[in-house]
Design a protein around this ligand. Sequence first.
Ligand code: SIN
Length: 474
Amino acid sequence: MEVYKNYINGQWIDHSKEQIDVINPATGEKVGHVPRHGKTEATITVEHAHQALKTWKFMNAKQRSAYLYQWHTLIKRDAEQLARTMTLEQGKPIQEALAEIHYANSYVLWYAEEAKRLYGQTIPASVDDKKLIVQYEAVGVVAAITPWNFPAAMITRKVAPALAAGCTVLLKPSELTPLTALKLVELADEAGIPKGVINVLTGTSREIVKVWTDDARVRKLTFTGSTAVGKTLMRDIAQTVKKVSLELGGHAPFIIFDDAQLEKAVEGVVQSKFRNAGQTCICTNRVYVQHTIAEKFTNLLRERIEQLKVGNGLESDTEVGPLINQSAIDWMQHQLEDALEKGAQLVTGGKTMQREGFYYAPTLLIHTDDTMSCMTEETFGPIIPVATFETMDEVVEKANDSIYGLAAYVYTQNLSQAITISDRLEYGIVGLNDSQPSTAQAPFGGFKESGMGREGGKEGLMEYVETKYISLQY
Ligand code: SIN
């Protein structure tokens, strides 16, 4: 069993009176425990991060970049071990966990590179004796709050750009999956990242995060999680006017026109929906298929879904792992019953599995409509509701009729249709014949209540800087 401390100012500490158990969702067994820290430790971390900022911020970019390169090398070295820890605490299949470690590490590499390219600018002055200079500098101490669905990637795509820009970090990983986070930070320590630059606390979220949101020395909050919590955090930081990035919920439509390559569209839905057992903010939440191909599409999708191997993520042939806990199972059951009561038809799945752990069968529903919870509220699990449409206008209206605007997918071979619909969709990410759009060099984030700010790409670095304009008279 893994027993971990917290990392504050370069020291591993445990001041807690209580521990938090970490449970393997595939078996219900305890796999580790971490300290339950609170207000006192949260305050101490701010002091250390604030102190460390004084040197980290003014270190030259090449040096900061070298630390990130070294962190990247060590994550690569320990990728398999990190993946195993992730599968044990989060449940995703081991190959998928390994893919997430590499994906997470691609952000460390990208920002090791970008650290050296935080270019400013000079602006032509309107008088003879002035130079106008714009430079970007670290915003300061950053509080990063990360979720359980991607225990590594959600950390590196916040921490790596923050460090690259010259910020210091306070990190609170989800109490459901803290072990991967603590192992990543162990490697950051081995990489020689100076003390106080990264600090990690596990514990009572309410207490820790409240200290960080209230403290004026913390200048930026970055959060991935639910829209409801994101709204509360926005209210909390208003008091000290911090910069903020929020990566919140999603309800991705997956639109298939009748000229699409149908086998590719089916595979796209499966890849997008069952990645991480559907517990992904950008995963397909509702499918709209053009009515002329609906029956053929549904038959192909049912066949493909029934081939999926559900099981413990440590078994090498598992394609879909368990859900995170019992409440996730209860929510699947709620969405299923609600849809069936309102007239949907169950094609396959729709049940829990007869084994220890939190398993739910991949599920396909047809004849769904927007009165049903699964068509409007985030599912975060392996249910696919399918509805039909006739025209582009109709499907665009349905797709955009959501409080969310994170990712949308469109399958068509008609180029002008593809471009027209991409322009009309109110979403931060559009996958055109592509169900896997995420990558370190592209900006990830949503419109509307899916959040604000972007992670990844050059935009991801700008989230951690302030703009300074220097007017020089000579
Ligand atoms: C998420 O949607 O929760 C993150 C997934 C990704 O980065 O692709």
